[in-house]
Design a binder for this molecule. Structure first.
Ligand SMILES: Nc1ncnc2c1ncn2[C@@H]1O[C@H](COP(=O)(O)OP(=O)(O)OP(=O)(O)O)[C@@H](O)[C@H]1O
Ligand SMILES: [Mg+2]
Length: 325
């Protein structure tokens, strides 16, 4: 078995993205994409040169076939992808620029999907032994009780085997129903993660009425080494256990098609930059570039950069800054 640099567990969905902005009641044309936060991150990491694999389930249907083809096309290991006869592949719709211009809203049709039936059975110790790092998000544990147990088993095994766990809180209240559910279930899972990616909304759910510096130190108390707070069009900040703290502004997107998926490309490029030996500040800048690129198109994976594209854009912005000096 080939060693995998990153593995993850999560649902891949068919994304139906409205071609026209505005409320979906008037939408007549939808564009089909394959997406899902953990999948998006693995696709981005795969484009950046890593070997990746996803634990998931898909329906024995046309959309499941579409997902399988996307996984293979993006060079993601499918040995832990299970095809289910009695549950469908999930779908979701994206409404763009309404009610908030420049923002998107999701509508899920995923309850009872094949992936929501994942359980501890889907977690094979050998698969984890064979992987270097595990990437997890707060989405999969919200899908069902059995998905929660699967994520917990994967995390516990990974940590017992001394593998790095990287976690994106990605709280989806439409799945958790109540903020308290997200808080009580997710906090224990964050324990011991090497990096936690999050944003201000998620932090206000996990640590209500707390100042940012208190929240960050609470995460360090949970054993987290690096906390990255993504701020959408504002950029992002990073905090480390040994007291480093930096913020970097986002890059201006020439057009905003659909902001969903920006955070996933951001995560992948931030992780890659650190592994390549870049400083925290440089990693933030490069991750901001990746996030900005993704908002310029519909779909979550299509505009994700490979390292060559990152270098081209880095140079482009450096030259632009020189011109302004
Ligand atoms: N409108 C935008 N213009 C430019 N860059 C953006 C924009 N939105 C996002 N980005 C970039 O992408 C990064 C990640 O976006 P965002 O903060 O929305 O991710 P997230 O917290 O993972 O969101 P989500 O709730 O979708 O999971 C930002 O830190 C920023 O660098
Ligand atoms: Mg996100």
């Amino acid at each position: 078995m080939e060693v995998l640099d990153f593995i993850s567990i999560g649902e891949i969905l068919i994304q139906l993205n409205s071609l026209t902005p505005g409320p979906l009641r008037y939408a007549r044309y939808f564009e089909v994409h394959v997406a899902g936060s953990e999948f998006n991150v693995l696709v981005a990491l795969s484009k950046l040169g890593f070997r990746t694999g996803l634990i998931t389930r898909i329906g024995n249907d046309e959309f499941g076939e579409m997902i399988l083809r996307a996984l293979r096309a993006e060079n993601i290991d499918v040995s832990c992808v299970k095809v289910m006869d009695n549950a469908p592949t999930g779908v979701y719709f994206i409404q763009r620029h309404y009610p908030i211009p420049g923002k998107s809203t999701t509508f899920y049709y995923r309850h009872g999907s094949a992936a929501s039936h994942m359980s501890e059975e889907d977690i094979q110790e050998d698969y984890i032994k064979n992987a270097k790092r595990v990437f997890l998000t707060g989405i999969t544990p919200a899908l069902s009780e059995s998905c929660y147990s699967a994520v917990k088993k994967l995390r516990d095994l990974a940590q017992n085997l001394g593998k790095e766990v990287i976690f994106d809180t990605n709280i989806r209240l439409k799945l958790w129903k109540k903020p308290e559910n997200a808080r009580t279930k997710l906090l224990p899972l964050l324990q011991g993660s090497k990096i936690v990616f999050t944003n201000k909304e998620d932090l206000s759910i996990l640590f209500p009425q707390s100042a940012l510096e208190d929240v960050v130190s609470k995460l360090f108390q949970l054993g987290v080494d690096i906390v990255v707070v993504k701020l959408g069009e504002e950029g992002a900040c990073v905090y480390t256990r040994n007291g480093e703290a930096y913020c970097e502004k986002a890059y201006r997107a020439p057009v905003i098609e659909d902001v969903i998926g920006a955070g996933d490309a951001f995560d992948a490029v931030f992780i890659t930059s650190l592994l390549k030996g870049f400083s925290l500040r440089e990693a933030l800048k490069l991750a901001n570039i990746a996030g900005m690129m993704v908002v310029t198109v519909r779909g979550d994976i299509e505009a994700q950069p490979d390292w060559k594209a990152i270098e081209v854009l880095k140079k482009y912005y450096e030259e632009k800054m020189d011109m302004l000096r």
